[in-house]
Design a protein around this ligand. Sequence first.
Ligand code: CP
Ligand code: NVA
Length: 302
Amino acid sequence: MKHLLSIEALTRDEIYDVLDLAETLKASRGHHEFLPLAGQCWALIFSKSSTRTRVSFEVGIRELGGSVMFLSATDIQLGRGEPIEDTARVMGRMLDGAVIRTFLQSDVETFAQYSRIPTVNALTDDEHPCQILADLQTIRERMGSLEGRSVCFVGDGACNVAASWIWAAAKLDLELRIAAPAGFQPSDTLLERARRTGHISVFEDPNEAARGVDVLYTDVWVSMGKESEAAERMASLAKYQINEKLVECAAPGALVMHCLPAYRGKEITAETFEAHAETLFDQAENRLHAQKAILQLIAHRA
Ligand code: CP
Ligand code: NVA
């Protein structure tokens, strides 16, 4: 692996390499002997808000022996219109790796190409690969294996997290059901490409979609950058909430997952959130372990 740009670009074996290493790193946290980022300096370049991703990368890079700088895109010349190609070539001369959160997927890909340093997609409008790798780690920890598992994504089925789930299902042969109303379903082109290998179906009825599944998963109704559509989104997605009635449709003992941040009373009720808080915060913690695995796998070695 040279970069982590999307789940779409990963093979099944590469996904399992991340998950296996993440498990090892979690078990050995606090006493790693191998410091693959020793002597390296990485940058986090963020154009959108973040709590989990920022903290987990900052901690993870330090735990692997590296140093890290956080750059808000508005504070560097990129925010004043310097091209991504030039930003990338400057940073590539000085840094050992970059973690980028932005809008356009093409910007992360262009950065990787021009900087020639290991580059991680920390969320774009198209994908959130680090999140889904941590989610897969969480499901495997809690359920023993990913084989034959079914996941129901409820809500904005056209968002970045749903898209990364679509690719995870395609690569790992999981069953993925997306419950979303018209206008919030994944595009036909994405489904057509991913369905070549995956069992992916789209439902308008959330109860039907949730029937017997192992995992119920949701994300915010208003993703970053979509704030101007908030009222319309709240109205259209109101029935696509994870609540106790929906949990009853899933398999007994089903996991309830959310990438966070969560808006109680919107995509998930406070009651269901608290009932599944252990899983939800394992998911958040696993961002650290999964991303340390990614960093170790893509870092250039001295
Ligand atoms: N789930 C996630 O990426 O959270 P942050 O936006 O807080 O980084
Ligand atoms: N779909 C959400 C994920 C937040 C972690 C967003 O892009 O805002």
